[in-house]
Design a protein around this ligand. Structure first.
Ligand SMILES: [Ca+2]
Ligand SMILES: [Ca+2]
Ligand SMILES: [Ca+2]
Length: 711
């Protein structure tokens, strides 16, 4: 028994270990949080990565095929939010593109995910809250805008050029003029306009100065340089627009470059030299590839392979690459790098053909790089569900060793949203021993794998368990998983506490050790009381009041005290598994059936009282002849045919011969006659089943004389 209990406890420990060990086969518990009840919808975003990543910016693109999203999100994106897998921990994000044009909706969003495993991870996109407070207004330089989020916390480096001046916490800026000396009927020296930097309308405008002569292009210059970027691998992207304000003889120079990278010669220059008929890109030399002017373009420069691999891509607004520049694979990088936007040229040679230009940028950001970019995929739109759980237990009182039935009901209170992959954890605590359940196998190792609960429906489980310990036992059931978020977590767990009382199943048996069927003989009532447990029985008392017809003579009790007057046998405490006995010797004095009943009681509750009482009945042979004679009064004459014995008694005189032998006894079923004579007694009798009889009896010593003739 003890070994069984130990094994059971070990089994419980194993179950608990499996529950909380990553090595276990049980599905990891997923929180049921919903970011905020004011948000009506979410979409799971599954990230697939072939390497573990930290604080990594992942890109999510949502096109017009996701009509649920576009139908429910606010048109200015103010309600867009992202959370971790738990459904509640918010992530920083920044919306690069937000186009709500009906039929061609599209958005590109960057989300910084603190931890991405090698494998898959699901995060959530929440939306659908018309009263949400928007974050991070982004002004579209061409008009309008949207709430783009928190770029500063999303990227390594970020500027959206909102506001009215350059953010000097992020950038150094340089503007310069240019002094030019020339011969024109005598020497002249002029200083041209200073380059300038302007931030307004959600963009930055970097410009060289103007020319001063119609035949040449001479201007000041300007650039902005970012704070140090120390990452060895990164991608920097900017949405820019270069304009050409000069004719085909002019030189238009705009640089979008990284300082601190060597091994690739001057690059990122859109140049329209007088010997070039079109403006073209410069990348380790003139590429011959025309550069688009006066349109918003996207420059993407990637420093990778630990800073030794550098590439540049330029795309138009539709995402088409402007040019497929050859990648530089043998660059070296300084520890500190800076991204630079520049117009004009600081490297003047005295030529009148010095470059000028205008460069606009909507935003810049620098994000992390990895050789294998994670991919993302969107799930279907989800609405929150409110699952509630209730747990009840069969009514008490609860006694040790008995079974109880727990009822667990999970209800999906949503009127529209089905709940899928619902799991409930209900590990029976120590003191409860699993017996059975009605789940048809879906309850296993403490996990009730419910699956789907349709909107408005409930699922119920009954678990039968045995009470193996005394005192309070609390059993709790908790909803641990559901594909949909559950913003109301307060009703996701319910428990019951029961107080287990001690119990002892006492059994009483009563037998007769030496049964007889004749008066004036002794019998012993034998009483056994056994405690079948499970607990000690306290204050055990057997009540055995002797019936009329028997006279107490003596008793022997194995434990406790028996009082023949009250009929109480006080046993005291009786341990589980022990048996006590009482033998009461009595003399039979009556020939009517005599029933003796004994009942055991205890202060400890007996869960099975049906075996606490036992009776025995003896059926004593009637007198063969009984009657009344004038002198002696009422008498009874008994014959024991088998034992060839006789006995005559006169109850009113308390007279009895005791059992005496016959000298002669003749007996059939219908006739008996017998005689006996010694110095004291003289007996003659005959008896017929018809009722006729004669009896002559003398006791010379006692002076008793009976002559009786019956009919
Ligand atoms: Ca901007
Ligand atoms: Ca709930
Ligand atoms: Ca009992």
């Amino acid at each position: 028994m003890k070994g069984k209990v130990l094994f059971r406890n070990l089994a419980i420990l194993i179950v608990i270990f499996l529950m909380f060990s990553s090595a276990g086969g049980i599905k990891k518990i997923k929180a049921n949080d919903w970011y905020d009840t004011n948000w009506s919808y979410r979409i799971p975003v599954t990230i697939n990565s072939s390497t573990a990543l930290t604080d990594y910016q992942i890109k999510v693109v949502i096109d017009s095929s996701h009509s649920d999203f576009w139908n429910h999100v606010q048109s200015d994106a103010k309600d867009v939010r992202f959370t971790d897998s738990d459904g509640s921990t918010p992530f920083s994000y920044w919306i690069e593109k937000w186009d709500t044009t009906s039929g061609s909706e599209s958005t590109t969003i960057w989300i910084k995910v603190p931890s991405i495993p090698n494998g898959t991870k699901t995060i959530y996109l929440y939306y659908g809250n018309s009263s949400a407070t928007g974050n991070g207004w982004h002004t579209n330089p061409d008009g309008g805008g949207w709430y783009a989020g928190d770029g500063d916390n999303t990227f390594i480096f970020f500027d959206d050029f909102e506001g009215t001046s350059l953010n000097t916490d992020k950038w150094d800026s340089v503007t310069s003029s240019y002094t030019y000396t020339y011969w024109w009927w005598g020497w002249h020296t002029v200083t041209v306009d200073t380059g300038f930097i302007d931030v307004s309308g959600g963009q930055i405008h970097i410009s060289s100065g103007s020319d001063i002569f119609g035949f040449g292009i001479i201007g000041g210059w300007a650039y902005i340089k970012s704070n140090d970027i120390t990452d060895n691998e990164f991608v920097w992207e900017t949405r820019y627009k270069a304009t050409n304000r000069y004719d085909t003889r002019g030189i238009n120079r705009n640089r979008i470059i990284v300082w601190g990278v060597t091994g690739v010669s001057d690059y990122g220059i859109f140049d329209n030299r007088w010997d070039h008929t079109t403006l073209q890109y410069y990348w380790n030399g003139w590429t011959g590839t025309s550069a688009t002017l006066d349109s918003w373009m996207k420059s993407i420069e990637s420093l990778s392979s630990n800073g030794s691999f550098f590439s540049w891509d330029v795309k138009d607004e539709s995402g088409n690459s402007e040019s497929d520049f050859p990648k530089s694979t043998s660059v070296t990088s300084s520890t500190n790098k800076n991204i630079v936007l520049q117009c004009g040229d600081s490297d003047h040679t005295g030529s009148i053909n010095d470059p000028v230009g205008d460069l606009y940028a909507d935003y810049v950001f620098v994000r992390k790089h990895t050789s294998n970019e994670p991919t993302t995929s969107l799930g279907g739109e989800e609405e929150p569900v409110d699952l509630s759980i209730s747990k009840t237990v069969s009514s008490g009182p609860y006694y040790h060793g008995e079974n109880v039935i727990f009822e667990i009901t999970v209800t999906n209170t949503s009127s529209t949203q089905d709940a899928t992959n619902v799991q409930v954890m209900d590990i029976l605590p120590s003191g409860l021993s699993y017996i059975s359940d009605d789940s048809s196998g879906s309850y296993d190792s403490g996990i009730w794998d419910i699956g789907t609960i349709n909107a408005g429906e409930s699922k119920t489980l009954h678990i039968t368990a045995e009470l193996d310990t005394l005192g309070n036992i609390t059993n709790t059931a908790t909803i641990t998983s559901c594909d949909q978020g559950d913003p109301v977590s307060s009703n996701n767990s319910d428990g019951v506490t029961i107080n287990v009382l001690p119990s002892a199943d006492l059994e009483l048996t009563k037998t007769i050790l030496n049964p007889t069927t004749y008066v004036e003989e002794d019998i012993a009532y034998h009483i056994e009381v056994t405690n079948y447990g499970p607990d000690i029985a306290q204050d055990v008392v057997v009540t055995d009041v002797l019936p009329s017809g028997v006279d107490y003579k003596s008793h022997v009790a194995s434990q406790g005290t028996y009082n023949s007057n009250t009929g109480k046998w006080d046993i005291g405490t009786l341990p589980n598994g022990s048996t006590v006995t009482l033998d009461i010797t009595v003399r039979i004095e009556d020939y009517n059936p005599i029933t003796n009943t004994a009942t055991v009681t205890s202060d400890t509750t007996d869960p099975a009282p049906g075996n606490n009482t036992s009776s025995v009945t003896i059926d004593v042979e009637d007198p063969l002849i009984k009657g009344t004679v004038p002198r002696e009064g009422y008498f009874e004459f008994f014959v024991d045919r088998e034992g060839k014995r006789w006995l005559l008694r006169i109850p009113d005189k308390e007279y009895t011969t005791g059992w005496m032998p016959f000298d002669r006894l003749r007996a059939t079923n219908t006739f008996m006659s017998g005689r006996y004579a010694d110095r004291r007694f003289h007996l003659l009798f005959d008896w017929y089943s018809s009722g006729r009889c004669h009896l002559i009896f003398n006791d010379r010593r006692a002076g008793i004389s009976i002559k009786f003739a019956g009919r």
